[in-house]
Design a protein around this ligand. Structure first.
Ligand code: ADP
Ligand code: MG
Length: 282
């Protein structure tokens, strides 16, 4: 098995977001999406980002993913400049994104989907990729679906396959944009379990956007609450619940306290957004 098959416990992946400012179309509509947004994410830290709709969560993700540029400020990955004005946005295998509406190839089986990236990029031989993919799928109980096509799977299963696929390239950072949004509660729980299991094994840095506060706390080490647009970090909440996480924690006093704290902050920001006329759902 090659290097990509070994488990890398957080050797890198520290993100430093310094006064990130993003103005869309400065000459025209001039939407200030982010303004002086600063946040430090440690290597291997799981950060859940919450905040009113339209506050700039996805904007920040897109910039870190290398899909868009910053207007002001800087973002560093392990001390290296990743984004700043004048720096050309560049996606890379060190940062992978999983969106709410997934992107598995419908004409390829689960196994073929998972091995596609590293094989096409010549990072692994086909047989090596297959070996690793099979091992990863079996670890989270997905081995029996390796020859199934995505169309035959539930959205929850598809999302889990995508996370396995995202991890096979051995990235430093996983960027997740509301991956479990709109799932029924059973599917969501299964997806949580899968992500937590993968996190406990691989310990990648995770930037996880959600509007579900319970999910945010249950999964993360830190909940970052953003202000209404222009987005900044209003507060960070340390989630000092032990790992592995367990559903019984959801009813613990500590959990409920954290939830109240996050809820108050998010509601206050959502109210501000609402009063400003942004009647989107928080
Ligand atoms: P969130 O993910 O927190 O819901 P977004 O980052 O998607 O918020 O959007 C932040 C703000 O920037 C919103 O007001 C949105 O309408 C605006 N916005 C996002 N993308 C663009 C774009 N390409 N051009 C202009 N405005 C945009
Ligand atoms: Mg968004």
């Amino acid at each position: 098995m090659g290097n990509n098959g070994t488990e890398n416990m957080a050797k890198g992946g520290a993100l430093s977001i310094r006064n990130a400012t993003k103005i869309y179309d400065p000459e025209g509509v001039h939407v200030v999406a982010l303004e002086d947004c600063s946040l430090d994410i440690k290597a291997g830290e799981f950060v859940a980002v919450v905040g009113p709709s339209g506050c700039g969560k996805t904007t920040l993700l897109n910039i870190m993913a290398g899909f868009d540029s910053l207007t002001k400020g800087e973002i560093y990955l392990d001390g290296e400049l990743l984004a700043a004005p004048g720096v050309k946005p560049k996606p890379g295998p060190d940062r992978v994104v999983v969106f709410q509406h997934g992107a598995l190839f419908p004409w390829k089986t689960v196994l073929e989907n998972v091995i596609y990236g590293p094989v096409i990029q010549n990072q692994m031989s086909r047989s090596e990729a297959i070996e690793i993919a099979k091992e990863r799928l079996s670890r989270i109980g997905l081995r029996e679906i390796e020859n199934v096509y995505p169309g035959q799977l539930s959205s929850g299963m598809q999302r889990r396959v995508e996370i396995v696929r995202a991890l096979i390239n051995n990235p430093l950072v996983l960027l997740l944009d509301e991956p479990f949004r709109g799932m029924d509660s059973v599917t969501k729980s299964a997806s949580h379990e899968c992500l937590l299991e993968l996190y406990d094994i691989f310990h990648k840095t995770i930037y996880f956007i959600t509007h579900d506060l319970e999910e945010a706390i249950f999964l993360s080490d830190t909940v970052a609450v953003m202000t209404t647009r222009p987005g900044r970090i209003r507060m960070t909440i340390k989630v000092d619940l032990p790992r592995p996480r367990d559903y019984r924690m959801l009813s613990s006093e500590k959990f409920l306290k954290l939830k109240e704290m996050a809820k108050d902050a998010v509601h206050e920001e959502a109210l501000k957004a609402f009063q400003r006329g942004e009647r989107e759902l928080a």
